[in-house]
Design a protein around this ligand. Structure first.
Ligand SMILES: N[C@@H](CCC(=O)N[C@@H](CS)C(=O)NCC(=O)O)C(=O)O
Length: 212
């Protein structure tokens, strides 16, 4: 839970099926932060409208407007929310070495995960016919690295130091949906055990699976 609350609900520009948006929504749930969702329909090109580009010139969700503080990028938003509303939380701790270890996973989420599992989910949701060999290879390599990290943490493990952090929130959604995107998780028992542990964090909300 957060130490303080925003004066007004945080305006949250999202597409509900987006794994990037899910990170922010899950964190706001965990911190108990009130928010007002504003749906951006990427299929209709809402992200390229001038009003949205004024908020995020990159033309991507998620974006938040926290009473005038406008921020884009899921990982940046998560760091802001913890530092603003739950400073010192173990989700993003003050200790610089631990924060750096968490940041390593945020980078993986913006790199190998975004260009692997996230692309596979997008292709599956939109039923695109596109060869995805490279994305499958990228997703599989990343799963092996996650598996190693989780195995080294032992029972009850999370990705960094055995406790829930932003690393887990950043890696969760697209990994969870890998089987639905054609990459089974049979060979990754530690990941399969980790998914429900993340889901059990108080306040966590699931990702919506289908396009409405
Ligand atoms: N680095 C950004 C990436 C966000 C992202 O890729 N968002 C996708 C939806 S999952 C998007 O808005 N795509 C629209 C587009 O690129 O036109 C973040 O972490 O927030």
């Amino acid at each position: 839970m957060s130490n303080t609350l925003p004066v007004r609900p945080i305006r949250f520009y999202r597409m509900a099926t987006s794994g990037h948006c899910h990170r922010v929504e899950a964190l706001m749930g965990i911190l108990g932060l009130p928010f007002e969702p504003i749906e951006i329909d990427l299929r209709q090109g809402d992200q390229r409208q001038p009003a949205f580009l004024a908020l995020n010139p990159f033309g991507q969700v998620p974006v938040i407007d926290d009473n005038g503080v406008v921020l884009a990028d899921s990982n940046s938003i998560m760091i802001y929310l913890v530092q603003r509303y739950a400073p010192g939380s173990s989700l993003w701790p003050d200790d610089s070495a631990t924060a750096a270890r968490i940041h390593r996973w945020l980078s993986a989420a913006a790199g190998q995960l975004a260009f692997g599992a996230a692309v596979l989910r997008f292709v599956t949701l939109l039923k695109l016919s596109k060869p995805c060999d490279e994305e499958i290879a990228r997703a599989t390599t990343l799963c092996s690295l996650m598996e190693q990290a989780l195995e080294s943490g032992g029972d009850g493990a999370f990705l960094v130091d055995g406790i829930p952090t932003l690393a887990d929130l950043s890696m969760y959604a697209y990994t969870k949906h890998l089987p639905g995107s054609g990459v089974p998780l049979y060979n990754y028992p530690a990941i399969r055990a980790w998914l429900p542990r993340v889901e059990a964090i108080p306040g966590f909300v699931p990702l919506r699976g289908v396009l409405e």
